[in-house]
Design a protein around this ligand. Structure first.
Ligand code: SAM
Ligand code: CA
Length: 247
C-alpha cells in the first residue's frame, strides 16, 4: 500500500493534478509519454520548479513537462542564443529555455507579475542560469514598442516564445516579426485553446475559454495568411504554432 509520501509524489507526477489539457486520444497515452520519455530525462531543476508550481493556485497556467522538453530541444536544434519570452508565470518555460542556451545566451523575459517569477527564481538561481535572464515587470506591448524604436534590435532575436494575454497576440505579432531575425522562430502558445477552436457555437465553455477563443481563431487565420512566415502548428501542450520568418 502506498504511504502518504508516495501518494503526494504520485499526485505531483500525474499531469491531471496540475490541470494540463491533453489533446491526445486519451489521458493514458499522455501519461505514457510523460512517464516513458519526459520525466526520466527531466533535468532536476525543472522537476523542482514543476513541484513548486504545482502548489500555486494558478498552476493550470504552467507549461507542461512535455512542452518544456520540446522547447529545450528546439532551442538547441536552432542554436538559439538571443531569445525573448512574453509570459513567464513561475518560469517553467523560462528555465527550459535558460538551460538550453549557451552560457552567454540571453532571454529578455516579460511579465506583468514579478511575484510569481520570484517564486521560481531560487530554483533558476540554483540551476546556475539566472545570469542569462533579463526580467522586466510590466505589460509587454510598450516594452516591445521601446525595442522597435531602436533599429539595432530589428532582426536580432533567434527565438521568441509568446505565452501571455491571447487578446494581444496579433499586436505582438505585428512587432515581433520585425524583432525576430530572418530564419528565426516565434512560438505562439495555446493556439488550440483547450480544443475550443473547433467547439460548436453552443458548446458549454468556461468563461475565459469562450472569451479568448475568437482571438485565438483570428490569430490562427492571420498566421496562416502571413507571407513573411512559414508555420507549423503542433499539438504539444495546448497547441503551439511555430513561425519561421522567411522575409
Ligand atoms: N510560460 C509560463 C510558464 O511556463 O509557466 C506561463 C505563462 S502564463 C500562461 C501567462 C502569463 O502572462 C502570466 O504570468 C501573466 O501574468 C502574463 N501576462 C498577462 N498579460 C500580460 C501582458 N500584457 N504582458 C506581459 N505578461 C502578461
Ligand atoms: Ca501556455
Amino acid at each position: 500500500m502506498a504511504t502518504n509520501g508516495e501518494d503526494n509524489q504520485n499526485q505531483v507526477s500525474r499531469h491531471q493534478e496540475v490541470g494540463h489539457k491533453s489533446l491526445l486520444q486519451s489521458d493514458a497515452l499522455y501519461q505514457y509519454i510523460l512517464e516513458t520519455s519526459v520525466y526520466p530525462k527531466e533535468p532536476e531543476p525543472m522537476k523542482e520548479l514543476r513541484e513548486v508550481t504545482a502548489k500555486h493556485p494558478w498552476n493550470i497556467m504552467t507549461t507542461s513537462a512535455d512542452e518544456g522538453q520540446f522547447l529545450n530541444m528546439l532551442l538547441k536544434l536552432i542554436n538559439a542564443k538571443n531569445t525573448m519570452e512574453i509570459g513567464v508565470y513561475t518560469g517553467y518555460s523560462l528555465l527550459a529555455t535558460a538551460l538550453a542556451l549557451p552560457d552567454d545566451g540571453k532571454i529578455l523575459a516579460m511579465d506583468i507579475n514579478r511575484e510569481n517569477y520570484e517564486l521560481g527564481l531560487p530554483v533558476i538561481e540554483k540551476a546556475g542560469v539566472a545570469h542569462k535572464i533579463d526580467f522586466r515587470e510590466g505589460p509587454a506591448l510598450p516594452l516591445l514598442d521601446q525595442l522597435i524604436a531602436d533599429e539595432k534590435n530589428h532582426g536580432s532575436y533567434d527565438f521568441i516564445f509568446v505565452d501571455a494575454d491571447k487578446d494581444n497576440y496579433i499586436n505582438y505579432h505585428k512587432r515581433l516579426i520585425d524583432l525576430v531575425k530572418v530564419g528565426g522562430v516565434i512560438g505562439y502558445d495555446n493556439t488550440l485553446w483547450n480544443g475550443s477552436v473547433v467547439a460548436p457555437p453552443d458548446a458549454p465553455l468556461r468563461k475565459y475559454v469562450r472569451y479568448y477563443r475568437d482571438f485565438v481563431l483570428e490569430l490562427n487565420k492571420a498566421l496562416a495568411a502571413d507571407p513573411r512566415i512559414e508555420i507549423c502548428m503542433l499539438p504539444v501542450g495546448d497547441g503551439i504554432t511555430l513561425c519561421r520568418r522567411i522575409k
